[in-house]
Design a protein around this ligand. Structure first.
Ligand code: VGL
Ligand code: ZN
Length: 199
């Protein structure tokens, strides 16, 4: 039985001065680098949106970043343009050691659906392929780190628990966006789903 470290969206746009900077996002990079050797398998996710993606406020006339809108698949927060495919901001943080990654999963490339979770797009149906990969590699336990605790990390953790993995979120290696108590809500939802929140 193997354990994988899933590193969520450690990209330039989510770090200091990035398009959707998470407070102190940078500070988790050395913490994550230290952990990489402790795992059987390491997977990185990369938020990877086409120009004009439907999660961008700029794609909705009269809307501003952080507005909440209704999409065909449910509620969606609108974001500043970020992690555009091929842009500098979509690259991994320069100091993240990507050499030890077994697998890199790109997500959010479908123009009409956002994808917070590393497992399913925001319709909660369309798989990214990560579950299949982890099954093939006999992984049963997951530790999640990266950005942002209350969005992509939390959605990934909830899907992972639902898929039957034993899941921990290592909070010393995550940071949150925290819109309208979203961190508190995410923590409560993760705890209720059986995700272990470790410091
Ligand atoms: C994320 C908002 C939009 C994240 C990605 O990585 O948490 N948040 N895209
Ligand atoms: Zn995104």
């Amino acid at each position: 039985m193997k354990t994988a470290l899933i590193v969520i969206d450690m990209q330039i746009d989510f770090c200091e001065d990035g398009a959707l900077a998470v407070d102190n996002g940078n500070s988790v990079v050395p913490v994550i680098n230290e952990m990489l050797c402790d795992y059987d398998i390491v997977c990185l996710t990369q938020d990877w949106h086409p120009f004009g993606h439907s999660s961008f406020a700029s794609s909705h006339e009269g809307r501003s970043p952080f507005d909440l809108v209704e999409m065909s698949y449910g509620k969606q927060v609108l974001w500043p343009d970020h992690c555009v495919q091929g842009s500098i901001g979509a690259n991994f943080h320069k100091e993240l050691n990507t050499n030890l990654a077994d697998m890199i999963v790109r997500k959010g490339f479908n123009p009409d659906i956002d994808s917070y979770s590393a497992f399913f797009e925001n319709d909660h149906k369309t798989p990214t392929g990560l579950h299949g990969y982890l099954q093939t590699r006999q992984v049963k336990k997951l530790d999640l780190v990266g950005l942002a605790t209350d969005f992509c990390v939390a959605y990934s953790a909830l899907d992972a628990a639902m898929l039957g993995y034993s899941v921990r979120v290592l909070e010393k290696a995550t940071r949150a966006i925290d819109l309208d108590e979203s961190l508190k809500t995410a923590r409560e939802n993760m705890a209720a789903a059986g995700v272990i929140l470790e410091h």
